[in-house]
Write a protein that binds this ligand. Structure first.
Ligand SMILES: Nc1ncnc2c1ncn2[C@@H]1O[C@H](COP(=O)(O)OP(=O)(O)OP(=O)(O)O)[C@@H](O)[C@H]1O
Ligand SMILES: [Mg+2]
Length: 264
């Protein structure tokens, strides 16, 4: 769960029309689905938009044990007897905030179906345990995200769930844009940021065949921060890029060869 909106929205560098699209979906109360690889800015984008729109944000990391009660709420037992505690979804509905379900494909179908009446024209949440029915105020918005690369064939969202959302596809930004993000996020100069962004391009070219998941913007930012903190670039690239990307020593060596080309 996240803190309420701050004054200045967290930095987010757009790559396309996602800010306008999300704003329009928010204005019309449409749910949004964001798909994209790890560390490409999905979470940052949602945080940024929530702050920009001045709406509270409730984030839920989904997993296969997540139950409808984890989202909606449950009765708890205290010294004064039992009392009802709202879950993050219910809280977002009551407050007219954004409920963001991260890695939604990890959640079981029977959990996801509680979203259905909220994610269509009804905009309604029925709390079975208390018999309460809530109609979502205009500010309420449902946002889900997942990484299509991780999906196993048995998982994925049911068409009846998917087809309630407006969908945005994210990917790693173009090198120039990514350099700007690295410079800003790690507080490094553009020359270093551009060099790391170029290394990112080269690593991704190699990585699509060799690695489970290619180098993310997140890793490039972390590496830049290590260099900014005083680590030698080569060591920063080993700890921040090569080792996180692979366990295989041969692959790490191949990645380090590319590092050497860029930080000769
Ligand atoms: N467009 C962007 N603007 C600003 N920062 C960005 C952007 N894209 C990536 N970043 C940086 O990369 C980091 C990782 O991004 P984020 O956590 O949003 O990735 P994600 O897509 O949610 O990944 P995951 O699927 O692993 O949760 C951010 O903390 C930020 O430093
Ligand atoms: Mg995320």
């Amino acid at each position: 769960m996240n803190a309420p909106a701050q004054e200045l929205p967290l930095f987010y560098q757009p790559s396309g029309n996602e800010v306008t699209l999300f704003g329009e979906a928010a204005a019309q109360g449409m749910p949004v689905l964001i798909k994209g690889p790890t560390g490409c800015g999905k979470t940052r984008f949602v945080q940024h938009m929530a702050q920009r729109l001045g709406r509270p944000l409730y984030t839920v990391a989904c997993h296969d044990d997540l139950s409808a009660a984890d989202l909606v709420g449950r009765h708890l037992i205290g010294s004064d007897g039992t009392w009802w505690q709202d879950g993050p979804l219910t809280r977002a509905v009551r407050e007219g905030g954004i409920c963001y379900l991260d890695e939604v494909v990890e959640a079981r179908q029977d959990t996801v179906v509680v979203l259905h009446p909220l994610a269509d024209d009804r905009r309604e949440l029925f709390i079975e345990r208390t018999g309460e029915s809530l109609v979502a105020p205009p500010g309420f918005m449902l946002v889900v995200s997942y990484n299509p690369g991780y999906q196993n064939l048995l998982k994925g969202m049911k068409p009846s769930t998917r087809q309630r959302f407006v969908a945005l596809r994210f990917d790693y930004p173009a090198a120039e844009v990514e350099a700007g993000i690295i410079a800003r996020e790690a507080n490094v100069d553009m020359e270093l940021a551009q060099r790391l962004a170029q290394l990112g391009v080269a690593l991704r070219r190699l990585g699509r065949q060799e690695l489970e998941e290619v180098c993310s913007t997140r890793l490039l930012v972390l590496t830049a921060r290590l260099i900014h903190a005083g680590l030698a670039p080569r060591e920063a690239c080993r700890a921040g890029l090569a080792e996180p990307l692979s366990d295989d020593e041969g692959t790490v060596a191949a990645l380090m060869d590319l590092v050497d080309v860029h930080f000769a």
